[in-house]
Design a protein around this ligand. Structure first.
Ligand code: ARG
Length: 563
């Protein structure tokens, strides 16, 4: 039921062709105050066309428009204000949600078109950073939202598993590494070696040279180099897998940078053929000065390829392999320039689909207002952070509901959910302050708050003893249920908006509102009271649980039945 469109339709037909339906839709507004109605149509645009004052036009229109969905339509100055019929609309809305359940809010906007999403993409032999956490959480949610909108998604983890840093790592390992240490604590040990390399290389330039040689060997398929690389890669992947398991996030492909090793020649050749490759200080670059951008580096003077070269090969491979319609890159805003360069080089190569590539940037995670750094020993090991969140959740739950069953499982859902929700409730371009105690609060705009509202609603349904899937909704017209009904009604539109702007925060913010309205309802209305409207109220509660749970799912957050 789309009330806005129904209203627009009524207005358009009353205007008999003077304004088209679509134009009317665009003009319709949300009044500032609910006393002015649920939606309003401003008549300014019509004044010129009809050569009448907007006030007169509004009066005229208000008399013509009527529909069972609308209780009254009144002119207020130049506006035609429309008040929904609460009984009719609430009945229809609740019925729809109960009928569609998890399909409520789904659309076929995407028409099964393919969308690739490049996200998470951590770097091998380095800790999984906070930035990668943001990419993981935002990318996963965008994939869920896109699927909800009818797209077919491909989730790609473009692992940073190639590049000159592996030469450095191998050189460092050969110089100071111990097998047992790396086996014991792979990520922090490898990071130590990497950091040590940089410290020592300042005083000893021979190290840089040895690193270059090792990377060259690696690129040429030298067995020792290859074996060490594979070992480092496997150890890292196992560490990352623990994090993905905690977050319950999966990928369709783990083809990282190394996968494109044998696919870059083709691109370099093509660039040569199209005379796009230019020599600069011995290196090969693509000049982008006509876009006012610095050049994209394709090959260093020693022939080594770069991050950008691999991204070019990856884009071409993905287009061929998946025939994507849209290709998203969920990567921090510090790489904005890189993606601009990448997309323009593809355009220069004559690929029309370069227009379907979209960089989805995001801000930093801060601690006490400062960037959280993974360099120089101040490593924040993400797995530890997540476990700490789960531990805190456990403590909170033990205080609040000491007798709860499956406490460990619930604590995991709450701890992990808190981290994800805290990230996604912020507009993604903003920086966010990382505070475990803040995000785990059961009050305020947190994940646990929304989860708790859901669990509370579930427990009311359980307590009622009525088979909740076969509830008969009734029309409700009291003041406490109406804000809930209006939010339920808005869910499909919120999903579409969050898709359009690649902004999961729209859904997170919506869920907070819905949880708040539900809690208000809960504290003012006796839901379990054997009167004629009890089943209607329970149907409303049931609809709330469906939408809260589905909304959380879109964010990648679980909704425990009990908390
Ligand atoms: N590994 C990169 C980093 O950590 C992110 C890769 C993003 N994806 C891409 N196709 N470039 O900075």
């Amino acid at each position: 039921m789309d009330l806005l469109r129904t209203y627009a339709d009524e207005i358009a037909s009353s205007l008999s062709g003077i304004l088209e339906f679509n134009e009317v839709v665009k003009l319709i507004e949300q009044p500032k105050y609910s006393t002015q109605g649920d939606i309003a149509f401003p008549c300014f645009t019509l004044a010129k066309l009809l050569k009448k004052s907007p006030v007169e036009i509004a009066k005229d229109l208000a008399q013509k428009v009527s529909h069972p969905f609308f209780e009254k339509v009144v002119a207020e100055g130049p506006y035609v204000n429309c008040f929904y019929n609460k009984t009719v609309v609430s009945l229809k809305t609740i019925k729809t949600v109960l009928h569609k359940r998890t399909e409520y809010g789904s659309s076929d906007m995407g028409q099964s078109k393919v969308m690739t999403l490049d996200f998470s993409s951590p770097n091998i032999a380095k800790p999984f950073s906070m930035g990668h956490l943001r990419s993981t959480v935002i990318g996963n949610s965008l994939a869920n939202i896109s699927e909800k909108c009818g797209f077919q998604t491909v989730r790609i983890n473009h692992l940073g598993d190639w590049g000159t840093q592996f030469g450095k790592l191998i050189a460092a390992y050969k110089a100071w590494g111990k097998e047992a240490d790396v086996k014991n604590e792979p990520i922090s040990e490898l990071l130590k070696l990497y950091v040590k390399f940089h410290e020592k290389a300042e005083a000893d330039p021979a190290l840089e040279n040895s690193a270059r040689l090792w990377f060259k060997k690696l690129e040429d398929g030298d067995e020792e180099a290859r074996k060490l690389w594979e070992w480092f890669r496997n150890e890292s992947l196992q560490e990352f897998a623990k994090i993905y398991k905690l977050l319950d996030i999966d990928f369709d492909s783990y083809n990282g940078e190394a996968f494109y090793n044998d696919k870059m020649n083709e691109i370099v050749k093509l660039l040569e053929e199209k005379q796009l490759l230019v020599k600069s200080n011995g290196a090969d670059i693509v000049d982008l000065s006509n876009y006012n951008l610095p050049p994209l580096l394709i090959r260093k003077s020693d022939g080594a390829t770069l991050y950008g070269t691999r991204d070019l090969a990856a884009a071409v491979f993905r287009k061929r392999n998946y025939q994507f319609d849209k290709s998203f890159y969920v990567v921090g805003q510090e790489q904005t320039l890189h993606f601009k360069q990448l997309f323009f080089v593809l355009e220069k190569l004559g690929y029309e689909w370069a227009n379907d590539m979209i960089h989805v940037p995001f801000g930093f995670i801060l601690k006490h207002g400062k960037k959280m750094s993974t360099r120089k020993g101040t490593v924040v090991l993400l797995e530890q952070v997540i476990k700490e969140a789960i531990g805190l959740a456990e403590k909170n739950i033990a205080e609040k509901s000491p007798t709860l069953a499956f406490k460990d499982e619930v604590a995991k859902m709450v701890g992990v959910g808190a981290i994800i929700f805290h990230d996604l409730k912020n507009e993604r371009q903003n920086n966010i302050e990382f505070s475990l105690s803040e995000m785990l609060k059961f009050e305020g705009a947190t994940g646990p708050y929304v989860q708790y509202a859901h669990a509370r609603a579930r427990s009311i349904l359980t307590k009622s003893g009525i088979d909740s899937y076969h509830l008969n909704p009734v029309g409700l017209n009291d003041d406490y249920s109406w804000p809930i009904v209006k939010l339920l009604l808005a869910f499909p539109e919120i999903i579409a908006k969050s898709f359009d702007h690649a902004e999961p925060s729209q859904i997170a913010k919506y869920l907070i509102l819905l949880a708040q309205e539900f809690n208000t309802y809960y504290s003012h209305v006796k839901i379990l009271n054997e009167d004629l409207e009890q089943e209607g109220r329970l149907a409303l509660v049931q609809a709330v649980t469906i939408v809260l749970k589905e909304g959380l799912r879109l964010l990648g957050v679980k909704a425990p039945e009990k908390m």
